[in-house]
Design a protein around this ligand. Structure first.
Ligand SMILES: [Zn+2]
Length: 172
C-alpha cells in the first residue's frame, strides 16, 4: 500500500484489528476489522479511516474521548498473517466472480480469470457443485433478465459465510 490508509478497507493489507482505548474509563476494546466494516456498513457510518478514528466511542462508558489505532500484525505472528493472506486470496477471487456475475448478462465471462477464481474458491467449499453451477449460469445466462450468475454468486457467498469463512462485507 502507498501512503496511509484512507478507509477501513485499506487497513486490511497491513493491520489485523482496530483498537479503541478510552481516555475516560481506560477501557481497551479490540474490534475485528471485518466485523467492524459489516457493522458500520449496516449502520451507514463512514468507512473513512479518519472519521473512524475521530468517532469510535468507548464500548464501556460511551465516551468519545478515545484513541483509535490499527493494530499491526506482529513479526512473529506467522499463523495469523497466513490466515489473513488466505482470506485476501479468497476475497479477491470473490471480487472477480462478483464482477463477472454482474457482466454475465451482457457479455461472455467464461474467461480464464473466472476459471481461476473458481479454482481458488474450491478448497473453501465442501464440493464443486456451486462452482459448476456458476460456470453453467455464466455460459447460459447471457441475455436472461434474472441473472442466474448473480444468483449463483449469492449461493457461493452464503455457503462460505455459513462455513465461517471471513467473507468481506461488500459481498454479503
Ligand atoms: Zn470508556
Amino acid at each position: 500500500m502507498v501512503g496511509p490508509p484512507k478507509t477501513l478497507q485499506d487497513l486490511r493489507r497491513v493491520e489485523g484489528a482496530v483498537r479503541v482505548t478510552c481516555r475516560a474509563c481506560k477501557a481497551v476494546k479490540q474490534h475485528d476489522l471485518e466485523e467492524l466494516i459489516i457493522d458500520r456498513r449496516f449502520r451507514r457510518l463512514s468507512m473513512e479511516w479518519e472519521a473512524v478514528r475521530r468517532t469510535m466511542p468507548c464500548r464501556k462508558c460511551d465516551s468519545t474521548d478515545t484513541r483509535v489505532d490499527g493494530v499491526p500484525f506482529g513479526q512473529d505472528d506467522v499463523e495469523r498473517r497466513a490466515r489473513r493472506s488466505r482470506a485476501l486470496l479468497m476475497n479477491l477471487a470473490l471480487a472477480v466472480l462478483d464482477d463477472a456475475s454482474r457482466r454475465a448478462r451482457d457479455e461472455d465471462v467464461c474467461v480464464p480469470a473466472t476459471r481461476l477464481a473458481l479454482r481458488v474458491l474450491r478448497p473453501y467449499l465442501p464440493d464443486r457443485e456451486l462452482l459448476v453451477t456458476f460456470w453453467t449460469a455464466a455460459e447460459t445466462g447471457r441475455g436472461k433478465p434474472h441473472g442466474p450468475a448473480l444468483q449463483a454468486m449469492r449461493w457461493i457467498v452464503t455457503k462460505l459465510v455459513d462455513a465461517g469463512h471471513p467473507v468481506w462485507a461488500e459481498f454479503r
